[in-house]
Design a protein around this ligand. Structure first.
Ligand SMILES: Nc1ncnc2c1ncn2[C@@H]1O[C@H](COP(=O)(O)OP(=O)(O)OP(=O)(O)O)[C@@H](O)[C@H]1O
Ligand SMILES: [Mg+2]
Length: 515
């Protein structure tokens, strides 16, 4: 035996055990070969009708466009475990918008693995489940380079509609599956139309995918796992946001044209490898900016922290704390003070001084938070603050961890151009935008601290032209063609006789009218 350290020795023994099991050449007896029976008898849950359909689907490429809480991750985790338990030496990878999310799916697999016969389990770790038949299921970060390394037989991509650089990742997945002629499973609620998941669901060039669509109607109890009371809660929450309801519950693609931050833009800022930093973390030599949005009864108070890298001039959202409703402002002040003393280099704390914010900001200053700067949220300053956030997102200067609630909240912020040329912002009733404002205020701090762009007072007229973010740069031009009733239509109605004809036939073949 070679000379080995303790970890090497463990790996060596693992390998010996795997070799011995592989020599036996067959999966452990007693496991049902049928995946549905495997779920019922071994994992002790009864798949729904649509879950059964998925479990029995033998297509190598499968896309699940299913509603929220319909049991996507659950049933895919079960299928992956079934595949690895029934086959020797199978390697399966899990990816998601963030490493944290793929580890969460692996946690489901790990939990289900405890129902397998003991002799089949080799090890259960945070990022990998290994079986004694040589099969593994592993969580990977959302990084095309990492996924290219290993040879995989199956890759599962959870919440694929929210993956940044989805085309690059898919390229790498195809590369790693190429040598094994492996299979690919993608599941998601719909995100932006400008995503690979949308193409996979609809584009003819991806028609080799088996496409499955499940709405809340299929998923609600008793036929599915979606609890009625949860459904009512979601319905109430999304009542005034029909686009989100359509996406998340009907599982159809829909985007609000008046959204100030389109989904594709928000998704492009998600860094799958970053995670929120806890308050207890030691951060030295970082330059930080905080944004605080105050709320108590209807809205929450939220503190957001941005880590700004002077060299790359890039900002990273590293912390987001949302207080419970009714939390006293004194606790919020205490929290900010604690952050400022733990994280030594908090350069600025930006707060909203509209309404009660004025007094709280004053209290903050009195309590020794000298970096605090208040800003009154008027129509003009809101435009500046959200415009700055949008510009940072568009220019790749801001990244954030994958936080599906934050993504949805940012995307829900709507704008309306006023006659004066200013913008009025709003968000759906009964929804919140407090996290968005805390983030936007922190990012505004970054901008205010940066060296101001040069501008030249016009001496002759006495006017000072201040640099403003141009609306033209914010990508707000409306896609009017999307509102054209003929856009994407294959047929049209004759206005004279009401008969239908293909959209490219100019004269009605029935009555001869041109309309
Ligand atoms: N067939 C089933 N029988 C009983 N419970 C189930 C079944 N399928 C899923 N569940 C349970 O339903 C809940 C939601 O499942 P899961 O998290 O897989 O849904 P999801 O569609 O991935 O949700 P999300 O949209 O939040 O990611 C979980 O608690 C899961 O254990
Ligand atoms: Mg899920």
């Amino acid at each position: 035996m070679p000379q080995l350290g303790s970890i090497g020795l463990r790996n060596y023994l693992d390998q010996l055990q795997i070799q011995a099991n592989l020599k036996m050449g067959k999966p452990p007896t007693g496991l049902p070969v049928d995946p549905v029976a495997f779920c019922k008898e071994i994992l002790h849950f009864k798949p729904t009708v649509y879950q059964e359909q998925f479990l029995k689907d033998t297509n190598g490429f499968i896309a699940l466009r299913w509603s929220r809480q319909s049991g996507k991750s659950h049933v895919v985790a079960a299928r992956l475990l079934w595949q690895s338990a029934l086959n020797n030496g199978v390697h399966i990878g899990i990816v998601a918008p963030s490493y944290r999310q793929s580890k969460m799916v692996l946690r489901k697999v790990a939990f289900m693995a405890t129902f397998l016969p003991k002799e089949l389990i080799l090890s259960i770790e945070r990022t990998r489940v290994s079986l004694t038949n040589g099969s593994t299921i592993e969580a990977f970060p959302n990084n095309p380079l990492t996924i290219r390394g290993p040879t995989l037989h199956t890759v599962y991509c959870d919440e694929m509609g929210f993956i940044r650089d989805d085309f690059d990742l898919y390229d790498s997945i195809l590369f790693t599956l190429g040598t094994t002629d492996g299979s690919f499973i993608a599941s998601s609620t719909p995100g932006s139309r400008d995503s690979l998941f949308h193409k996979i669901c609809f584009a003819p060039e991806y028609s080799d995918f088996s496409r499955q669509h499940v709405t809340w109607k299929d998923a609600v109890e008793p036929s599915g796992p979606l609890k009625k009371n949860l459904l009512e809660k979601i319905r109430k929450q999304l009542e005034t946001n029909p686009w989100r309801w359509t996406r998340e519950m009907e599982a159809n693609f829909a985007e609000d044209e008046d959204s100030f931050f389109p989904l594709a833009l928000v998704t492009s800022c998600v860094d799958g490898e970053s995670e929120y930093t806890s308050m207890d973390a030691k951060l030295s030599d970082r330059i930080l900016y905080l944004g605080v949005d105050f709320g108590k009864h209807r809205d929450h108070s939220v503190v957001a922290a941005i880590d700004y890298d002077n060299e790359t001039q890039k900002a990273k959202l590293i912390h987001m704390h949302r207080f419970y409703l009714e939390t006293e402002y004194a606790s919020v002040i205490g929290y900010v003070k604690a952050l400022c003393s733990r994280w030594q280099k908090v350069r600025k704390v930006y707060t909203d001084v509209t309404g009660v914010g004025d007094f709280i900001t004053e209290d903050m200053r009195n309590s020794g938070i000298t970096q605090v700067e208040g800003i009154a949220l008027t129509i003009q300053s809101k435009t500046d603050i959200l415009g700055n956030l949008k510009q940072m997102m568009q220019t790749g200067k801001l990244s954030m961890p994958y936080d599906s609630e934050l993504v949805a909240e940012i995307n829900s912020e709507r704008y309306q151009l006023l006659k004066t040329g200013q913008m009025q912002f709003s968000h759906p009733d009964d929804s919140h935008d407090d996290r968005l404002w805390a983030l936007a205020l922190a990012c505004y701090g970054v901008r205010m601290a940066a060296p101001a762009p040069a501008y030249h007072p016009v001496v002759l007229t006495g006017y000072i032209v201040k640099p403003k973010i141009s609306i033209a740069n914010l990508g707000l031009e409306k896609k009017t063609w999307l509102r054209d009733p003929l856009y994407n239509q294959t047929s049209r109605l004759c206005m004279a006789c009401g008969s239908r004809r293909p959209v490219d036939v100019v004269v009605c073949p029935k009555c001869g009218a041109h309309s």
